[in-house]
Design a protein. Structure first.
Length: 71
């Protein structure tokens, strides 16, 4: 997935009980950045993966998981 549309971000925030403040604290970003993503969406596979993990609390299988499984 290379893009998250603003509507998707807002829907996932509502479904998972995430507020702008809680998401900013969880991701260690500013509330302004969360508002920007809510208005413009996210582009880029890595960024989308990070946002999906933060919004849903479900790991999406990034490189960290692969390394930890091999150890």
């Amino acid at each position: 997935m290379n893009q998250l549309k603003p509507e998707t971000v807002k829907r996932l925030m509502r479904q998972n009980g995430k507020t702008i403040r809680s998401l900013a604290a969880q991701m260690n970003i500013t509330m302004t950045r969360v508002r920007q993503v809510r208005e413009e969406g996210v582009k880029g596979q890595e960024y989308c993966r990070d946002w999906l993990e933060a919004l849903t609390a479900i790991p999406t299988g990034g490189p960290d998981q692969a390394t930890s499984l091999e150890s």
